[in-house]
Design a protein around this ligand. Structure first.
Ligand SMILES: NC(=O)c1ccc[n+]([C@@H]2O[C@H](COP(=O)([O-])OP(=O)(O)OC[C@H]3O[C@@H](n4cnc5c(N)ncnc54)[C@H](O)[C@@H]3O)[C@@H](O)[C@H]2O)c1
Length: 261
């Protein structure tokens, strides 16, 4: 699929293990022009910028810009900087999530309110906030995509708060798709299997989940990042012009399998 002529942004590059880094590389190799975001952290900004830029082959350093989604001014500055470089854009990839480190991961009933707020703010509200900017920066319409996990709809022990956040994210995608249809903007979510990003391997349940996928699907049937991102390219391309509000599983069919198998 050829994305020549498409310009857009990919938010959420931490390092070369990030879905956002792989996605940006994939979109660049498909011919798109891409600006990415990384999270600026006080006192560590230069190192984070270098880490994020090195994660993507052939991205110029000035196409890696800071954006902290907990701060409205930071989001606005990011999109203004993008407009200065690209003018109008055609797509936004949202690859941001955070489960607060003070969350009691496997005990939702004991979850501190602050941990819930932070996690929902970064993982869900950010999607609403960028959609507001999409209307301004994609006046001809475009495509927004985000990433989810099976824990949004099925119980996955160890992924309690993530499950709640992803369920809210997926519901947001449905409502945003309905709302933004008037601006000719499509909004979709890819539900991906576990892959070894820095966030994922920090989860105690991560390796058990990988084993479960390998056992049920056979290792070769679990999609590679490249296969997952083929769907991202499709959703950004005009070939998916009629697709919006959709949650597409790219997990080799794992979500369809019975627990008894
Ligand atoms: N890794 C998996 O197993 C897996 C599976 C399915 C879906 N996903 C989803 O893929 C997406 C990308 O995650 P990943 O696994 O690549 O992990 P990652 O840690 O590489 O990416 C998460 C990004 O969110 C950013 N972020 C956190 N707080 C932020 C803030 N305040 N402002 C701006 N950015 C902030 C981080 O800096 C990081 O770049 C997430 O939505 C994740 O839930 C991951």
């Amino acid at each position: 699929m050829n994305l020549s002529g498409k310009r857009g942004v990919v938010l959420g590059v931490l390092n070369k293990k990030s879905m956002a880094a792989a996605c940006a590389s994939k979109l660049l190799s498909a011919g798109a022009e891409v600006i990415c975001s990384y999270l600026p952290v006080k006192g560590d900004e230069d190192r984070r910028h270098i880490l994020a830029t090195r994660a993507i082959l052939d991205i110029p350093p000035d196409h890696m810009l800071p954006c902290d989604v907990t701060n409205d001014n930071s989001i606005e500055s990011f999109f203004n900087a993008v407009a200065e470089i690209f003018g109008e854009i055609d797509f936004i990839v949202h690859g941001i999530s955070l489960i607060s480190s003070d969350a009691t991961i496997d005990n939702l009933a004991e979850l501190p309110r602050a941990a819930f707020r932070t996690s929902m703010d970064i993982s869900v509200y950010s999607m609403l906030a960028i959609s507001k900017h999409a209307k301004t920066h994609m006046p001809e319409g475009g495509s927004i995509i985000t990433f989810s996990y099976l824990s949004a709809e099925a119980l996955v022990p160890g992924y309690e708060l993530l499950g709640v956040c992803k369920a809210a994210l997926q519901a947001s995608v449905s409502y945003l798709a309905f709302e933004l249809r008037k601006s000719n903007i499509r909004v979709n979510v890819i539900s991906a299997p576990p892959f070894p990003s820095s966030s994922a391997i920090g989860h105690t349940a991560y390796s058990g989940l990988c084993d479960a996928y390998a056992k049920k699907l056979l290792p070769a049937a679990t999609p590679s990042i490249d296969e997952i991102l083929n769907v991202a390219v499709f959703l950004i391309s005009d070939l998916s012009a009629g697709v919006s509000g959709e949650r597409i599983f790219v997990d080799g069919g794992f979500h369809n399998m019975s627990a008894a198998i």
